[in-house]
Design a protein around this ligand. Sequence first.
Ligand code: ATP
Length: 349
Amino acid sequence: MDVTKEKILEILSGYDKKKLKIATICSHTALQIFHGARLEGIKTIGICTPNRQKVYEAFPLGKPDDFLIVQDLRDIPEKELQDENAILIPHGSLVEYTGDKLGELKVPMLGNRESLKWEKDRMKMFKWLQAAGLQVPAVIDPDKIDRPCIVKLAGAKGGRGYKVVSTPEQFYEHFEGMNVIVQEYLIGVRAYPHYFYSPLSQDGFRALEGRVELIGIDRRFESNIDEAYRTEHAGLSFSPSFTVVGNELLVMRESLIEDLLEMGKSVVEAADRLFGGIPGPFCLETVVDENLQFYVFEVSARIVAGTNLYPLGSPYTVYQYSEPMSMGRRIAREIKIAAKQGKLSKLVF
Ligand code: ATP
């Protein structure tokens, strides 16, 4: 059964707030999270399999202070983490490994676990984005496919196995009987802005009781579509695929920053109305068309891998912080401030 917020706050009330630690699974954005915590003077715990430990040992400034070795990353050691006053930071791999068990974990976790349910179910996610007043791609019934559409498999797959189809026949040839969603294919430039919602800050770009910060923007490299011109120049025909391989930094025209901040604010405020809010990091996945209109096709209410591009700060944090500020460090900073002010209950569930 899913744990309640009351239970998490009860566990938190037993914590020694002067000895808080930050914990996560050694994967995804862990180096950045541990590095950021180290810069803020917070001790860290890396939940790690025996064979992976040496990988993290190779990065002395990014490795955790302590390793908690497990045989299977699906088994998060709750008792040990509670005994260490640990706050868990959810990232893509932690969400993927723990799956449905994440809601049951009896360890205080940054953010609001309710958001995970809303982002996992694509229909609910669209409801959230629409409640925020954002433009989203049309969802098309397979029998009514009349334009290029992208077909996505259920669950976050990092784009793996997705295909573009233009007719119902093409759809049924590849996806007959499968659990998929069909979306209109958006044409434009992809941009993945990373945000931090701080309920504790009363200045900056206000949203609800706090502020939204634009921390950075990335664009993904996806195989094979992002090198399609080479394939075409080589005279080969190919069928586009969308498997995420890496990320690159993106800086957008300055006149679009207002739209970016407004979108972030709307997503935070809609989350608050629908399921109690999203403190901490989140990301939108967007396509900007030729009229500079943003279309949002996904939201993730956690740290995303694109933030690994700027462990010492981004072209956006440099104007907000006088010290190098990564998303990992921003997380640690907020936890530190909340602990000092006795407001951790605003940040964790
Ligand atoms: P992740 O959870 O890692 O974000 P995912 O499996 O949920 O991945 P999406 O992010 O929804 O998948 O899509 C993967 C990629 O497919 C996107 O990065 C983008 O390049 C492309 N894509 C997704 N939706 C659309 C769309 N409606 N139009 C055009 N391209 C799209």
